[in-house]
Design a protein around this ligand. Structure first.
Ligand code: SF4
Length: 335
């Protein structure tokens, strides 16, 4: 089923923290606060353009620590969105928040307002990384919040970051294992970017923080995506959402920013699979069959995979569809 999120950004309101990587205003591209009338305007605007055709549509409060804002304000925003749930115009409400802003009182209230999905900004489950990132919460907070949410009928999502200060690939992979074992149904993977006017930017300019290269971030994202998918966790986003303000020449000072980050990672996964399949083949030509929906990923952006395999393995490959093959299943016939 096709899904649409109507994004409603709730900037820095309610957030008493100062994570090293965060400049909330720039990330959301939305410097002002929102009220009930803004919520209605945003939802109405999106509903005009969303083709329903059985698609699931949710209002999505992102960009802040939603459950950290005063309850009356939460209820004002939720109440406005809930009108659309009650009338059947949208199917649910999702929001993102911090693990330490979850308790029974908060969850009871969210349930009353028709919230269907809660995404926790986990970022890492390593306490050293969390401390170095000035997150202000610990792994234990995340474990506690996840187990509480699982007692309610909410869908649980988690967001993790890679390349944080003091982070390593191994720690990120361990975070992924924790996210899986905490029962997340969906995950977002965000490589850390150095955003203008953040503490991380200061560390970067002082030479105290080295961001991941694009290649490093893609290589780790590939491993994370495979791990999540193999464990039934839906990877709903990889890479920062592009807004007018976040782009290669916008608010990003450094880091693995790329407008097609996920596509690059998906294509690289196919390149690995094909290379692995052909590694012992003593041939110079091969027909490679993949599921018809996966052809562009197997070919790669601007035929990158085909050219790389030729360069590295001296094999000319041609990609063909085979509807009997599943996603990520590849069949190579060598000549
Ligand atoms: S908790 Fe969220 S909004 Fe607050 S500083 Fe950290 S990343 Fe930014």
């Amino acid at each position: 089923m096709k899904k649409y999120n109507i994004p409603i950004f709730v900037p820095h309101r309610g957030c008493a923290f100062d994570c090293v990587f965060c400049n909330q205003r720039r990330i959301t591209g939305s410097p002002d606060s929102v009220n009930a009338s803004d919520v209605r305007k945003i939802i109405d605007g999106h509903l005009e353009t969303i083709p329903r055709n059985g698609a699931r549509v949710e209002a999505a409060f992102f960009g802040g620590s939603f459950t950290g804002i005063p309850l009356e304000e939460q209820n004002e925003l939720l109440g406005a969105a809930y009108e659309y749930v009650k009338s059947g115009a949208i199917d649910g409400i999702r929001l993102s928040t911090r693990p330490d802003y979850i308790d029974e009182r908060i969850l009871d209230n969210l349930l009353r307002y028709g919230v269907t999905t809660i995404e926790l900004g986990v970022q890492s489950t390593d306490d050293g990384v969390l401390k170095a990132s000035n997150r202000g919460h610990t792994r234990a907070d995340t474990v506690k919040a996840a187990s509480l949410i699982r007692k309610y009928p909410f869908a649980l999502g988690m967001q993790m970051m890679t390349g944080l200060p003091e982070d390593t690939d191994e720690l990120s992979l361990r975070t992924a294992d924790d996210i899986i074992s905490m029962g997340a149904e969906m995950v977002r993977i965000y490589p850390t970017l150095v955003i203008k006017d953040t503490y991380l930017e200061k560390l970067y300019f002082e030479g105290k923080y080295k961001p991941q290269t694009l290649q490093e971030a893609v290589s780790l994202a590939k491993r994370l995506m495979i791990k999540f998918e193999e464990n039934g966790v839906n990877v709903i986003r990889v890479g920062l959402q592009s807004t007018d303000e976040i782009c290669e020449n916008g608010s990003v000072t450094a880091g693995p920013v790329h407008s097609s980050f996920r596509e690059i990672a998906e294509n690289a996964i196919y390149r690995d699979i094909i290379e692995d399949d052909l590694k012992d083949a003593k041939c110079t030509r091969a027909d490679v069959f993949v599921n018809p929906t996966e052809i562009s990923k197997a070919v790669g952006n601007k035929r990158f995979n085909i050219m790389e395999i030729k360069k590295k393995m001296n094999i000319d490959i041609k990609i063909y569809p085979d509807k009997n093959l599943k996603k990520r299943e590849v069949r190579c016939v060598c000549f």
